[in-house]
Design a protein. Structure first.
Ligand code: IMP
Ligand code: MG
Length: 174
């Protein structure tokens, strides 16, 4: 099936909002350091941009979980594909995600991370699709709440494509 992508949020809008959220996070964590956890692959573009806007000391780690195949529907299955390199004891963990959709991935992941003894675990997402929520997840920082549409760009993919778009677009099937 052929598809095309229509712009939902421009590069300028996304970058400006990430700056704002970065400032907010820097204020909220004043006097502390932050251990950012990027959820691969989708969170990677957002995490690097966000990290550049945070002014308190930052360390980074990466994790990969899978809940999707090549389709646009969640399988509900979550599995760790790549675990963290560093322990979390005593750290102020901030999980950085591309999108919270059903909430299944994050609810599983947050529970798993909390069991590793961090001082604190918070969640920051580039996008939130609240209409699609199946499991309740507390999101501490949201850049944009969007309607129930399948989006790509800024790390988000459709069948592994479009992650490199510098904006957020909606996939339209021709
Ligand atoms: P959840 O477990 O249903 O919240 O799904 C989370 C994951 O599904 C995200 O981290 C994305 O990888 C993927 N996902 C959900 N919605 C979209 C979308 O609109 N575009 C691309 N990926 C999506
Ligand atoms: Mg993701």
């Amino acid at each position: 099936m052929a598809e095309h992508v229509e712009v939902m949020l421009t590069e300028e809008e996304v970058d400006a909002r990430i700056r704002e959220i970065g400032e907010q996070i820097s204020k909220d964590y004043e006097g502390k350091s932050i251990h950012l956890i990027c959820v691969l692959k989708g969170g990677s573009f957002f995490m690097t941009e966000l990290a550049k806007r945070i002014t308190v000391p930052v360390s980074l780690d990466f994790m990969s979980v899978s809940s999707y195949g090549g389709s646009t529907k969640s399988s509900g299955e979550v599995r760790i594909v790549k675990d963290l390199d560093e322990p979390l004891e005593g750290k102020n963990v901030l999980v950085v995600e591309d999108i919270v959709d059903s909430g299944r991935t994050l609810s599983y992941l947050l529970e798993l991370l909390r069991d590793r003894g961090p001082a604190d675990v918070k969640l920051c997402t580039l996008l939130d699709k609240p209409d699609r929520r199946v499991i309740d997840v507390k999101v501490d920082y949201t850049c944009f709440r969007i309607p129930d549409e399948f989006v790509v760009g800024y790390g988000l993919d459709y069948a592994q494509r479009y992650r490199n778009l510098p904006y957020i677009g909606v996939v339209k099937f021709d």
